[in-house]
Design a binder for this molecule. Structure first.
Ligand code: PEP
Ligand code: MN
Length: 294
C-alpha cells in the first residue's frame, strides 16, 4: 500500500496529502450537479428547511416558503442524531416520504441525513443529497457505504475534527468511487460557551486551498442562535464558501428540534435579500429558484 503522509504535526497541510480530494487533482475546483442545481464554481447555493421533518403541514409550508424565497435545495432530517434518547428522533421513512412529496410538489432537490449503514439504501431512494452528520464524520463503515452510492454526499465536519481528519474522511467516500462529495463546516467545540459551537470560518479558505471539493457553511449549528445566523451567513459568503445550509421553521418556538437556531420564514427572506446584495460585491452568483421573489 502506498503511504499517504499528512502533516498533522505542523500548520502546513498540503493538497498532495489528499490523493483524491487534493486541489492538485482539479485546480479549477469541482462543480457538482444535483438535479440541475450546480454546487461549486462561481455559483452560491442555498439549502434551507427545518432541522427535522415533523409533519406534512410543517414540511410543505416551509418548503413552499423557502422555495419562493429562492432556496434551491430543501433540507430536513428524517433520522435525527439527538443527544438524548428521549428527544424526538425523527419520522424515519415517513419523513423521507414527506421530503419526496415536497420535492415533487415544488421541484426542489432534497438533502437529508443518513446515520447508519442499514439506512443507506432507503435514504438513497428518496434523497438527492446524502448528509453525513458531524457525529458520523469518522464512522468509517458508513463512509465506505456511501462511497458505493451514486448520490452526492455532504460530509459535515466533526465537532472535534481537524481539517486533516475531515479531508481524510472524504477520501473514504471518494475512494469508494463516489466522486460527488462536498464538505460542510458547521462549527467546532471550543472553550467558548456563549454560543453552541465556534464557527470556524478559517476553515473555508484553508479547505478551498487544499481541496477541489465544494465547501458549504452551516451557521445554524455553528452558532446555535437564530439572531447570529445572518451575520455568519454573510461572513461565509464573503470568505469564499460555495453555499449555505440554513435551518428555517415556520414556527421556531414550536420546533421539535433546534428551534432557537432556526430562522423564521421572514428572517430567511431578509437574509436572501442581503445575500443577493453581498453576492454582487464579492463576485458570486447567488443561485435562486426561477420563481424566486428576490
Ligand atoms: C443537522 O444538520 O441537522 C445536524 C444534526 O447537523 P450536525 O451533524 O452538524 O450537528
Ligand atoms: Mn439541527
Amino acid at each position: 500500500m502506498e503511504k499517504i503522509t499528512c502533516n498533522i504535526d505542523s500548520y502546513f497541510l498540503e493538497s498532495s496529502s489528499y490523493k483524491k480530494a487534493g486541489r492538485h487533482n482539479r485546480p479549477d475546483g469541482t462543480v457538482l450537479n444535483v438535479s440541475g442545481v450546480k454546487i461549486g464554481g462561481k455559483g452560491f447555493v442555498m439549502m434551507a428547511g427545518p432541522c427535522a421533518v415533523e409533519s406534512e403541514q410543517q414540511l410543505l409550508s416551509t418548503a413552499k416558503a423557502v422555495h419562493e424565497k429562492g432556496a434551491n435545495i430543501l433540507r430536513g432530517g428524517a433520522f435525527k442524531p439527538r443527544s438524548s434518547p428521549y428527544s424526538f428522533q425523527g419520522l424515519e421513512e415517513d419523513g423521507l416520504k414527506l421530503l419526496e412529496e415536497a420535492r415533487v410538489k415544488y421541484g426542489i432537490p432534497v438533502i437529508t441525513e443518513v446515520m447508519d449503514t442499514r439506512q443507506v439504501e432507503m435514504v438513497c431512494k428518496y434523497a438527492d443529497i446524502l448528509q453525513i452528520g458531524s457525529r458520523n464524520m469518522q464512522n468509517f463503515p458508513l463512509l465506505k457505504e456511501v462511497g458505493q452510492c451514486r448520490k452526492p454526499v455532504m460530509l459535515k465536519r466533526g465537532m472535534n475534527a481537524t481539517l486533516d481528519e475531515l479531508l481524510l474522511a472524504s477520501e473514504y467516500i471518494l475512494n469508494g468511487g463516489n466522486e460527488e462529495v462536498m464538505l460542510c463546516e458547521r462549527g467546532i467545540r471550543s472553550f467558548e460557551t456563549s454560543y453552541r459551537n465556534t464557527m470556524d470560518l478559517n476553515a473555508v479558505p484553508m479547505l478551498k486551498q487544499l481541496t477541489h471539493l465544494p465547501v458549504i457553511v452551516d451557521p445554524s449549528h455553528g452558532t446555535g442562535h437564530a439572531w447570529m445566523v445572518p451575520h455568519l451567513a454573510k461572513a461565509a459568503m464573503a470568505v469564499g464558501a460555495d453555499g449555505l445550509l440554513i435551518e428555517v421553521h415556520s414556527d421556531p418556538q414550536q420546533a421539535l428540534c433546534d428551534g432557537p437556531q432556526s430562522l423564521t420564514i421572514e428572517q430567511f427572506g431578509s437574509l436572501m435579500i442581503e445575500l443577493k446584495a453581498l453576492s454582487k460585491a464579492v463576485g458570486r452568483n447567488l443561485i435562486v429558484t426561477e420563481t424566486s421573489i428576490i
